[in-house]
Design a protein around this ligand. Structure first.
Ligand SMILES: Cc1cc2nc3c(=O)[nH]c(=O)nc-3n(C[C@H](O)[C@H](O)[C@H](O)COP(=O)(O)O)c2cc1C
Length: 181
């Protein structure tokens, strides 16, 4: 039975989603840094973590202490086909169910080195513009570049729907998880 939502958030977007989900599922949400003080080892949880350079932050540590039933990860990129498969590959997720949500950028909350990494990401995404002009970048990539340069949020409650659908199917199999939706 899933008992809690554990999350790691750097600038607040993952935390915001965790709070939304906590309300919808009537489950407590807890920052990963407090999981050991708050929960017994081995309980079943949903893990939510922001993506930093393709890696889901805090996941490995949480996996050592808790039993993770599903992972929700929050990033800035617009997902392309194969995106989830790549996340599986980079994070050794085996057969864990993984869901991706778009968060946002708050430049004022980032360290200098984090800004540098993001600037490089933006430069790479915007590279085709140098060769072929503005028409050569997709709208989705343009939005990401713009968010990286000026901050932006993609957080909305509807983004949780795919996960909620999965969660409901799980609770039909296991009636002890009773979501309050
Ligand atoms: C240093 C750095 C690296 C990042 N790498 C990725 C990445 O590889 N893929 C992605 O989709 N988003 C990436 N992002 C974007 C964050 O995952 C995104 O801003 C997310 O919403 C942050 O969530 P938080 O506010 O909970 O920390 C990166 C952000 C930073 C600062």
């Amino acid at each position: 039975m899933i008992e809690a939502i554990i999350y790691e958030s750097n600038t607040g977007f993952t935390e915001k989603y965790a709070q939304m989900l906590s309300k919808k599922l009537n489950l407590p949400s807890c920052p990963a840094g407090k999981m050991k003080k708050t929960f017994s080892p081995g309980i079943e949880v949903i893990y939510m973590g922001w993506i930093c350079d393709k890696r889901i932050r805090g996941l490995e540590k949480a996996q050592k202490y808790l039993r993770i039933e599903a992972v929700i990860t929050v990033g800035i990129l617009s997902p392309t086909p194969g995106f989830i498969a790549l996340l599986h590959q980079y994070n050794d997720l085996m057969d864990l169910p993984v869901f991706y949500l778009r968060g946002g950028i708050r430049r004022e909350k980032l360290s200098i080195s984090q800004k540098l990494i993001l600037n490089l990401m933006a430069k790479k995404l915007a590279a085709p513009v140098k060769r072929g002009g503005l028409d050569s970048i997709s709208n989705a990539d343009y939005q990401v570049v713009d968010s990286i340069l000026h901050s932006n949020s993609f957080v909305k409650e509807q983004n949780l729907e795919e996960f909620l659908f999965w969660y409901r199917t799980q609770t039909e199999v296991n009636p002890y998880n009773k979501p309050v939706i």
